[in-house]
Write a protein that binds this ligand. Sequence first.
Ligand code: SF4
Length: 331
Amino acid sequence: MEFVEQVVSNIERSEIIKDAFDNSRLNLIIFPTEQCNFRCTYCYEDFKIGKMKPELVESIKKLVLKRAPYLNYLEFSWFGGEPLLAYNSIIEILEYTNSLRNKYPNFSSISNITTNAYSLSLERFTKLVSNNVKVFQVSLDGDIMTHNKTRLLKNGRGTFNKIWNNLEVLKETNLEFEIILRIHFHPRNAEQMESLIVKLNSEFNDERFKFYFKAIEDLGGENSKNIERMSPNKKLEIKKYLEDLVLNQRQIFNLKNSYVCYASKPNSIAIRGDGTLAKCTVALDKGENNIGKLNKDGTLKINSEKLKYWMSGFINWEKNKLACPHKANEK
Ligand code: SF4
C-alpha cells in the first residue's frame, strides 16, 4: 500500500507561513449577492440572503481604504449565489479599489470569480478583466445532455448552450485571463464526458482555458440526498481516465498537494450578503462559521474564539485539517 504523508513537510510549512500569515496580504471573499439564477440539483445554498445593500458596499470600500496603506496584495474572490447578479456592486468596489493604487504605490489588487457564466457577456468580461479580474471559475456538468439535467435555471431550463456560446466569444478576444472549467463528474455522467472532452480539445485548445475534473461532492443542504456517493479510489480512477483524454496536458488544472483552504488562513475572510463574516464558503449555516460582522465604518468585529476552530490545522500541521477544517473538525 502506498504511504501517504498526513502532515505538511518542513519545506512546505515555510511556504504556507509566508502565504497565510503575511499581514501585507489579504483575501476578501465577497458574496455581493446570495441569490442565484440557477437551481443546480446538488446545490447546498438556501438563497435566504439577497443582494448587498448599498450601505454594505460602502462599508467594504471603507474596509479597503483602511487596509490599503498596509497591504501589498489584496485578492478579491467574488462568490455567491451568482455574483454577476450584483455586477454593478462588483464594479463599484473594484473601481474604488483600483483608484487607491495611485495613493499607495505598494498596494496591488487582483480578483478571481466563481460564476456560472450564464450572464458573462463580452462587455462585462472586458470590464472585469480591465479591473484585474484575472481568474474565472466556471462549472460544466458534462456535454449538453448531462449538463442540462443538473445545472438548471430557476425555471428548470437547461443552461449549456448559453454558457458554451459565452465561452466561445471570450476565447476570440486577445485578453489576458484564465478560465478554469470545473468539470463535474459523477457515476452517471463519467462515460458521456468523452464527447465533452473531444469538443474541448478541438474548440478550446487555448491555454487560457484550464480543465479541472472534480467529482460532485456532498456539501450538505437540502439536495444532499440527490448526490451519488463514490469511493475515493473510484473518484481517482475516473479523474485519471478523463485527464488522459485531454490532448494538451498543460491545460489540466489541479490543486497543489499541500493545499490549504482559505478557511484555515488568518489573512482570509468572507463577507456575506448581509455583512456577516465567515471563514468557510460551504458551511454557511454552521454556528462556528458566523465569526463576526463588518461594521459600518469598515472595521471588523471578530470572535477570536471561533477563529481558532478554523485555524486548528496549524497546531499539528495536519494536511486534511488545513485542506478542509470544516470536514476534519466535524469528524
Ligand atoms: S473549509 Fe472545507 S468546505 Fe469550507 S471552503 Fe474550505 S474546503 Fe470548502
